[in-house]
Design a protein around this ligand. Structure first.
Ligand code: AMP
Ligand code: MG
Length: 462
């Protein structure tokens, strides 16, 4: 476990008073470590979990050559580029009910989508492309079990050998890697596992994240409004962000600015969680005890990040061996329960600023990738998209700005983006209106109308 100082020493140009967004990301990737405990879950419980092992395909999918269309299966060697092909229909192959007979030259088998290709046949003509005719003469005797009675004509030049046939193992061949350790399991992966006949898998245990809001002016829901106070919104956005990420959440409420209460909250959070998210109280010149308590209980750096919104942030660990006092409201069992895997070592601390938009932006930019790393996920940040700005945007080089934007499709099919009005870091309604963040990078300057900008879409991230 590296200390804050040792990580800082590894990073060139580390300056806690002016940290670039990229240095913050680099710092956090060195600070956090993935969980080490696994559990077995069934497919229905696996959604959003992180796979703890590689999955090698135990079977081939599909397990046999089969038809991709409803039509007629035949031997493609008979196709001639200039001439139509006449074939006699000698049987029917259904999905789940293969046709067992042998097919002679000049014959074909009516076949349904998904049905096993009869032996020796490699090509399917979709039924809508053939002309059908009854047998011209008297019906042949069906001595060999072949039904007879109908002929089809395939127009010249329509098909090539192998058309409309799905090959054995074209999705996955037995022994091929199917899913990688660290895969965040989405609906397609659940289906893929099921297609391999796999009912249970090992996933990393869920990450436990405790969070609380700080500030004497912050009201819990249900509390009577009072002069100068605002309702707590951060706990609710953080709850939503963590839940969508698949974390187990531990809500520690609003913690008033009193050392004993703050200490109790940190002690409980560190005992029960892998990570702690706080909001508020980390600004420069903040006249409260939050920062002092973080310093007392942990190995913590206080940063000014060259970004907007979200300049102040505290990052580090709340260490167990500094947790000397055991406040009254901590249950002894949860504090001393060393069998709790989260209780070993220390909890990672993300001390976010108080402003509601700053909380969400710093979460998306830094906390989310760090938590994914802790969850054992190998997934990268979602790709930034390019969109044309529908307005000029003022931007100073030397900091990263995240503006709330509404991305839409322009008449020519490309993406365009407009900012959502007031960009104040307390204006949470702008986050609701927006469907993404316009990311204006560190060195970037003013944006002119029509310039391309990077956007981070919310869908999938929050
Ligand atoms: P701070 O970072 O503590 O200086 O807070 C910055 C601003 O965010 C102040 O206006 C606070 O009132 C506001 N704020 C802090 N915490 C919360 C919260 N949990 N919910 C809503 N607003 C908050
Ligand atoms: Mg405050």
């Amino acid at each position: 476990m590296k200390t804050i100082d040792s990580i800082a020493a590894e990073l060139e140009g580390y300056d806690p008073q002016a940290l670039s967004a990229t240095t913050v990301s680099e710092f956090l990737s060195r600070l956090v470590e993935p969980v080490t405990n696994q559990e077995e879950v069934g497919i229905f419980q696996a959604l959003g979990r992180v796979l703890a092992h590689d999955v090698v395909s135990p079977i081939s999918v599909p397990p046999h050559d089969n038809s991709a269309m409803d039509g007629y299966a035949f031997d493609g060697a008979q196709l001639a580029p200039q001439a139509p092909l006449n074939l006699k229909v000698v049987g029917t192959a259904l999905a789940g009910k293969a046709w067992q007979g042998l097919v002679a030259p000049g014959e074909c088998v009516k076949i349904m989508t998904g049905a096993v290709m009869p032996t020796g046949l490699d090509t399917v003509v979709p039924q809508e492309f053939v002309t059908r005719a009854p047998h011209p003469g008297p019906l042949p005797q069906a001595q060999d079990g072949k039904s007879g009675g109908e002929y089809i004509t395939i127009p010249a030049g329509l098909l090539q050998t192998g058309d409309n046939r799905r090959k054995l193992g074209e999705d996955l061949l037995q022994g091929q890697p199917a899913l990688q350790k660290g895969e965040l399991l989405m609906p397609a992966a659940l289906g893929l596992l099921a297609s391999l006949g796999i009912e249970k898998i090992q996933v990393w245990r869920k990450l436990r994240v405790a969070y609380f809001s700080t500030g004497d002016e912050i009201l819990s829901l249900g509390e009577a409004p009072r002069e100068g106070a605002v309702f707590d919104s951060n706990r609710y956005t953080v709850f939503g962000l963590l839940t969508r990420l698949g974390c187990e959440v531990i809500d520690l409420g609003v913690v008033r600015d009193e050392p004993a209460l703050l200490e109790a909250a940190f002690v409980r959070a560190a005992a029960e969680a892998d990570a702690i998210i706080t909001s508020g109280g980390v600004s420069v010149g903040e006249a409260d005890y939050t920062k002092a308590m973080m310093k007392k209980l942990g190995d913590v750096a206080f940063w000014k990040i060259a970004m907007r919104p979200g300049r102040p942030m505290a990052v580090g660990r709340i260490l167990k061996d500094k947790l000397t006092s055991s406040p009254r409201d901590i249950s002894a069992s949860s504090y001393q329960n060393n069998s709790n895997p989260a209780a070993s070592g220390a909890a990672v601390l993300f001390g976010l600023p108080g402003n509601p938009v700053a909380v969400m932006v710093t979460f998306l930019a830094f906390v989310r990738p760090a938590l994914l790393q802790m969850m054992g996920s190998k997934s990268d940040a979602p790709p930034l998209l390019k969109a044309r700005s529908l307005e000029a945007i003022r931007k100073k080089p030397g900091r990263t700005e995240y503006q709330r934007g509404t991305v839409s499709t322009a008449p020519d099919g490309s993406l365009q983006v407009k900012t959502t009005g007031n960009q104040g870091s307390g204006v949470l309604s702008s986050m609701v209106q927006a469907n993404g963040l316009i990311v204006l990078h560190h060195t970037q300057g003013n944006v002119a109308l029509g310039d391309e900008v990077d956007v981070m879409m919310f869908e999938g991230a929050i």
